[in-house]
Design a protein around this ligand. Sequence first.
Ligand code: GCO
Ligand code: MN
Ligand code: MN
Length: 390
Amino acid sequence: MTHSSYVPTPDDKFTFGLWTVGQTGRDPFGEPTRAPLSAPYIAQKLGELGAYGINLHDNDLVPIDASAAEHDRIVAEFRQALSDHGLVVPMATTNLFSDPAFKDGAFTSADARVRAYALQKTMRSMDLGHELGAQTYVFWGGREGAEVDAGGKLLDAIGWFRDSLNFLADYSEAQGYGYRFALEPKPNEPRGDIFFPTAGSMLGFIATLERPERFGVNPEFAHDTMSGLNFAHAVAQVIDAGKLFHIDLNDQKPGRFDQDLRFGSENIKTAFFLVKLLEDTGYAGPKHFDAHALRTEDEAGVWAFARGCMRTYLILREKARQFNADPEIQAALAAYRVEDAELADLTRGFSPQKAEALRDRTFDRAELGGRGPGLEHLDQLTVDLLLGTR
Ligand code: GCO
Ligand code: MN
Ligand code: MN
């Protein structure tokens, strides 16, 4: 593969949030290390780099206290920049975490006024997203959680969250927006514990909504990794449920604070199996890099970060193709699986006769337990492939 084949085009559907490349390096202990970048300038730079689109929270673009006239001017300038640089806004979301009003939750606040304000802010943000052409609307409940449970609202919070999402799904229909909603789980940070911490918990919750077909999941690499979970496993379950509506790609060391590292910079094997999963199953949605440059970096480092996220995805995509086409790997994979047509029939689709036949069947446990599946060999072939020695 030549170097140039790892340069993205909009067809690759790579997206960045305004808040990702626009992140200024502020952290809980230190001031920004980079100057803010304007939204039109971000559009120009991402267009040059071959990205497909830009995602945003309402207040990434329009300040929370902007007048109607300012709103219109800012949105018009941004739309112009998007069209000048061939970018779209596939996903929009609401900032329900920065303002002190949301310090104890937005949709799950114990204060009915805060819950109503969160609903109002989200409707306005959905209007903005629609104006910009967004079709996916993400809910990340950064403040929907707790440090202490003394408030006794655990069950209420689930109900309030459900009421809000049902209301907003109806709003989307009433306005003719047709949004698909993607719920983004995270275990903690900024709250000590965030409600609905995993993809599986979101899937369970979606089934309780009035319009479950409008809701899916927006899993994020770092969020599962923070808890020591395997992100590719989580995404497989979301795909199996038909609920992969969006995906946030980045990287993270397990057990650390929320690092939002460049995609593929840390857990290269999980990143590989994730890319392989997305490519093999034909995921066609945007691939959103929800990450930011290291705080050490200047603006050049920001664009090196953005290029790196996309380049690594493309390299891993090529590696996945190589994996699928490698005869030795495919032979090892075939040897790993033991298929048996008679048993397949017997174990799929219950009937009393099948149950009877299966009960009477004799299995050679010693033979089953003695079989070597060849996973060491297969995994080393994968490592060789990833390290470039195959
Ligand atoms: C985080 C989250 C956010 C969300 C974003 C869009 O850990 O901070 O991943 O970046 O993805 O707010 O919903
Ligand atoms: Mn995150
Ligand atoms: Mn995210």
